[in-house]
Design a protein around this ligand. Structure first.
Ligand code: C5P
Length: 219
């Protein structure tokens, strides 16, 4: 299989995939795909009673993604809806919808279209196993559920959202179980993925470990 200039970063919720992807994209001049945001958009549109078969067209024509200062924001009809997508409520609906074949199929081409010659960092659950099987480098990033809940807690607090820690741990564990045990595109490392447990590592440490692999593979 011909390999393309893609780095896939898969892993459970709040394992640090987003922060690592943004840092790699920023430092190496790669584009970025946060595929979770696409599933969250499906949930957002379905809350607005928009049919699933209309969603890809809407995403292609009315939604834009911007990477500013290492943060990805989502704009719909020129309004920034990032904070509306980054709630646990939307995440739950996204997780339910993501188990359905129609949802995954409808997002497949949109995800592939993020690829450009300048390279792409793709973050999600099935980037290395399904969407970019032909990626040059695959990473699976994980961490204990307590650590991930703490990271998500800080993230949500920074977005000004109220959070209840026990409920958050329960939500994260429930979502992980659903994502890993579903029949379609379950959350599992690709055979050739580097598996990194970041429970005891800072973002800087994870970045410096991956930076070396990226340099070896891409430069
Ligand atoms: O990564 P994030 O938490 O934003 O993803 C929200 C949900 O979307 C996940 O819990 C998962 O169910 C789904 N998802 C997926 N495949 C991906 C990315 C996200 O099924 N590649």
């Amino acid at each position: 299989m011909k390999k393309i200039n893609v780095i896939t970063i898969d892993g459970p919720s709040a394992s640090g995939k987003g922060a690592l992807s943004r840092k790699i994209a920023h430092n190496f001049g790669f584009d970025i795909l946060d595929s979770g945001l696409l599933y969250r958009l499906c949930a957002y549109f379905s809350n607005k009673k928009i049919n699933l078969d209309e969603i890809p067209k809407k995403i292609n024509s009315e939604v834009s993604f911007k990477l500013n200062d290492e943060l990805v924001s989502v704009h719909y009809k020129k309004k920034d809806i990032t904070n509306k997508l980054r709630t646990e409520e939307i995440a739950k609906i996204a997780s339910q919808m993501s188990a359905k074949n129609e949802t995954r199929k409808s997002l497949f081409n949109i995800q592939r279209n993020f690829y450009t010659e300048s390279g792409l960092v793709a973050d999600g659950r099935d980037m290395g196993t399904v969407v970019f099987q032909d990626a040059k480098l695959k990473i699976f990033l994980t961490a204990s559920s307590e650590i991930r809940a703490k990271r998500r807690y800080l993230e949500l607090q920074n977005l000004g959202q109220e959070v209840n820690m026990p409920a958050l741990i329960a939500d994260i564990e429930e979502r992980d179980l659903k994502d890993s045990s579903r029949e379609l595109s379950p959350l599992i490392p690709a055979d050739e993925a580097y598996v990194i447990d970041s429970s005891d590592m800072s973002l800087e440490e994870v970045f410096s470990f991956t930076e070396n692999i990226v340099k070896k593979e891409f430069i």
